[in-house]
Design a protein around this ligand. Structure first.
Ligand SMILES: NC(=O)c1ccc[n+]([C@@H]2O[C@H](COP(=O)([O-])OP(=O)(O)OC[C@H]3O[C@@H](n4cnc5c(N)ncnc54)[C@H](OP(=O)(O)O)[C@@H]3O)[C@@H](O)[C@H]2O)c1
Length: 252
């Protein structure tokens, strides 16, 4: 590989929030960036920001819940930028559904994006990585994967499914020289949690989250949980009797 080789990173959900900040950061660090999301006008703004700083980016409108659309989107990114070295499955949704407003149809909408959307993405990028015997798949999960909070059990369940999927794939793909990283953020100040009335302890800004995630990806961490205090709280809550965990959650 020649010394001016610029790696290609593709990021789903890069029209806003963490994905957007990650895209700008990767471009700043010399990567060619493939941007995927549904809101094309926002992707165009991110692309313009990257290009104005001499970066390279390609955008494609993509709903990760649609398998064929994802396949075509990955093809376009690879045609524009070259083979994908790092794929970041970041697109996600949260609907604040708990047991008092439970609705199976709504729950399945969350799983369509947070779980099946990621399966669709892996389906589209993995064959190429296997052929090249090289690649890095990163999934943006959540500390909610470790402890499901009563305000958002469906969202947390979708993230637990994602973390579990990535854990098994990591071991399976290691001999094939494909890395798999699971990133578990705590609360990050983005559109996703802007209207949340629930407590959001240890919240951090999205650009800071992007910097921490970037470092973890460069260090090829298998799992990265942050902020550490919130992660430790989820581990402790998990071991506690339910009433005690409930008291602690109410006191936050
Ligand atoms: N914010 C937090 O506190 C927090 C904590 C832990 C984990 N996370 C995870 O971090 C990731 C990014 O979240 P965020 O906080 O940056 O949220 P955000 O600001 O709401 O951004 C979500 C991104 O996902 C995209 N998206 C949603 N549905 C999509 C679909 N069907 N197809 C393609 N793209 C889709 C959105 O773009 P379009 O609407 O343009 O499609 C947007 O770019 C998510 O996986 C989230 O679960 C967030």
């Amino acid at each position: 590989m020649d010394s001016d080789y610029r790696k290609v990173v593709a990021i789903t959900g890069s029209s806003a929030g963490i994905g957007r900040d990650l895209a700008i950061l990767f471009a700043k660090r010399g990567y060619k960036v493939g941007l995927l999301a549904r809101r094309i006008e926002l992707l165009e703004q991110v692309r313009e920001e990257i290009v104005s700083k001499n970066g390279v980016a390609s955008i494609v409108e993509c709903d990760v819940a649609d398998k064929e659309v994802v396949k075509a989107a990955i093809k376009k990114i690879e045609a524009d930028l070259g083979c994908i070295d790092i794929f970041i499955a970041n697109a996600g949704v949260k609907n604040g559904m708990n047991s008092s407003n439970f609705h199976a149809g709504e729950a399945s909408n969350v799983f369509k994006v947070n779980v099946f959307g990621i399966l669709n993405c892996i389906d589209a990028v993995l064959p190429g990585m296997l052929n090249r015997r090289r690649g890095h798949i990163v999934g943006i999960s959540s500390v909610g994967a470790y402890f499901s909070v009563p305000q958002d059990p469906v969202y947390c369940a979708s993230k637990a499914a994602l973390s579990s999927l990535l854990e098994g794939m990591r071991i399976d793909l290691l001999p094939k020289n494909i890395l798999v990283s699971t990133i578990c953020p705590g609360f990050v100040k983005t559109e996703m949690i802007a209207n949340d009335k629930n407590p959001q302890p240890c919240m951090i800004e999205s650009d800071k989250a992007a910097r921490l995630i970037f470092k973890a990806i460069e260090k090829k961490k298998k799992v990265y949980n942050f902020p550490i205090r919130l992660y430790l709280l989820t581990v402790i809550l998990r071991c506690m009797p339910t009433r005690m965990a409930s008291k602690i959650l109410n006191a936050l």
